[in-house]
Design a protein around this ligand. Structure first.
Ligand code: ADP
Ligand code: MG
Length: 182
């Protein structure tokens, strides 16, 4: 099957980055470098790195997560293939579903596009319920919305629990304990 690789216009996209194996912080920063080198794509910004708890199986290490903003002329499917190549080259091996992973790159939003194919769903199907996606993305783009107009800020308010926290806040991030409500 021939895949259309380029759009005429650039589209703003948000990529979710996550790792919980082999020095996750290093893996996430390596992925930033690879994303900076994507063809037909202009780097925007990366969020802070966040710590989060695993979804699904709990007997696995905590995650480091971040979100990256890019502008690209790659079509959604060409972008997915490029992300999968980065994952492979960085050493990702498929393990159990929602299990541990060396690196995970997900297309969260691709402009206002909605897409549902066998191997690509945009917006990313679980992003509305994931604190480790919503908070870093909102830090980059406070007014971001789903293609249906729902503000991510409103979705974040509806989260039952928030476990994710910026790594810069670790070891109190310079705050004294009273300020942390301890
Ligand atoms: P897991 O399901 O454990 O997260 P992967 O990260 O390997 O495993 O992703 C599984 C599949 O999800 C990929 O093969 C890809 O085709 C599919 N997929 C569907 N929508 C997206 C998206 N928006 N971004 C990235 N992958 C997606
Ligand atoms: Mg994935």
């Amino acid at each position: 099957m021939k895949v259309q690789v380029l759009n005429q216009d650039v589209t703003e996209v948000f990529i979710g980055v996550g790792s919980n194996l082999s020095d996750p912080e290093y893996q996430v920063r390596q992925a930033f470098k690879a994303l900076q080198a994507l063809p037909e794509t202009q780097w925007g910004a990366a969020s802070d790195l966040y710590h989060s708890r695993p979804q699904g199986p709990q007997n696995q290490p905590d995650f480091v997560n971040a979100v990256v903003r890019l502008k690209t002329r790659l079509t959604p499917i060409a972008l997915l293939r490029a992300l999968q190549r980065i994952e492979r080259e960085q050493g990702k091996v498929k393990q159990r579903h929602w299990g541990e992973r060396l690196i995970d790159l997900d297309i969260l939003l691709y402009g206002n596009t909605t897409l549902q194919t066998d191997d690509l769903i945009i917006p990313h199907p679980f992003m509305a319920q994931r604190d480790f996606v919503l908070l870093p993305l909102l830090a980059l783009s406070p007014k971001a919305a789903l293609p249906n107009g729902v503000l991510l800020a409103d979705l974040a308010k509806q989260l039952d629990e928030v476990f994710v926290k910026p790594m810069s806040a670790d070891e109190n991030g310079g705050l004294i304990p009273e300020q942390l409500g301890k």
